[in-house]
Design a protein around this ligand. Structure first.
Ligand code: ATP
Ligand code: ZN
Length: 297
């Protein structure tokens, strides 16, 4: 079954082979991240694989569930999958990097009619899931004995048709649960896309991977930060600098208007709105916020 990819032509033998999802929720984010890292390649539609024309990487397009096995077997050197799939498959792969997209959670849910009073409610019950290994571990850790009914799709209908008392499935907004008369009662695992890899790559491939990881770091940092420019009275420079210290320190330029300066810095996306409020209170005006493309410390 691996033959699709094993007969490589010799010129790409040193290429780092990265498996990405062929279609689905991970595909766009995976390809966008690689493109933001500067890799050029044609789109994967209806292709089994493609090569970058400016970086020694070959992409293999696969079902996400198959990626950990392909990586373990060495057909691919690395892969992008949900952490949920990485953990469930229990292959000999390493988690190389969290990628900060495709965030979701694997949760337990029960019928809304159930008076759920904590994890012990599950004792002796039946749980339907596509993640039997993760659920088994979770139950063990919580000292609960319950049946696990493995099904591969449409897990959310299981309680309604009498197949199980509870389900364990991926949730992002919870709207699927709601429309099936279910309620989320416990989070089993928080997940995001991760880069996984096979330990012990040959030196040339490891060098390509290291180069790619350096770029991913720069891209992910940039995504989490914004460049900020603002005008402030000179006496506010010091307190504002304490709020947005930037990478080393902010750039300060005098304005033509006496007693005023322009201050340039970098701010973390997550506490951006809080900081804006604090700076406005200190007299900041004309605040501009600009996306950063790459960020190298
Ligand atoms: P495939 O055909 O490749 O097997 P699939 O149907 O198993 O695809 P998708 O639904 O595309 O998989 O989900 C792929 C991964 O995306 C999941 O394993 C999970 O990590 C993540 N994911 C799933 N649901 C969501 C969601 N609602 N929001 C964000 N990420 C999600
Ligand atoms: Zn899948």
């Amino acid at each position: 079954m691996n033959d699709n990819f094993s007969s490589s032509n010799s010129s790409t033998a040193d290429f780092l082979r990265i498996a990405v999802q062929k279609s689905g929720r991970l595909q766009e984010g995976s390809l966008q991240l690689l493109r933001d890292c500067g890799l050029n390649f044609s789109n994967g539609k209806d292709q089994l694989k493609t090569q970058s024309n400016n970086f020694p990487v070959e992409l293999l397009f696969l079902r996400d569930d198959d990626i950990p096995q392909y990586v373990e077997d060495g057909v691919a050197d690395a892969g992008i999958v949900g952490e949920n799939v990485f953990i469930e498959k229990q292959k000999k792969n390493a988690l190389i990097r969290r990628l900060n997209f495709a965030k979701c959670r694997l949760s337990l849910a029960v019928s809304r009619a159930v008076e759920y009073n904590g994890i012990s409610w599950l004792e002796g019950k039946n749980i339907a899931t596509s993640y039997p290994n993760i659920v088994r571990d979770f139950l063990q850790k919580n000292n609960i004995k319950a049946g696990i009914h493995e099904i591969s799709g449409s897990v959310e209908i299981a309680p309604g048709i009498g197949l199980a008392d509870a389900i364990c499935d991926l949730v992002s907004t919870g709207s699927t649960l709601l429309s099936n008369g279910l309620k989320e009662v416990a989070i089993v695992l928080k997940s995001e896309a991760v880069l996984i890899g096979r330990p012990g790559l040959p030196t040339e491939k490891q060098q390509v991977l290291d180069k790619l990881l350096f770029r991913m770091e720069a891209v992910q940092k940039a995504r989490n930060n914004k460049y900020i420019l603002l005008n402030c009275p000179n006496e506010a420079i010091e307190p504002i600098t304490r709020i947005i210290p930037g990478m080393k320190s902010p750039t300060i330029l005098p304005l033509a208007k006496e007693g005023w300066s322009s201050l340039h810095s970098v701010v973390d996306e997550n506490d951006f709105w809080d900081k804006i409020d604090q700076m406005k209170a200190l007299g900041a005006q004309g605040i501009l916020v600009i996306p950063i493309e790459k960020m190298i410390l």
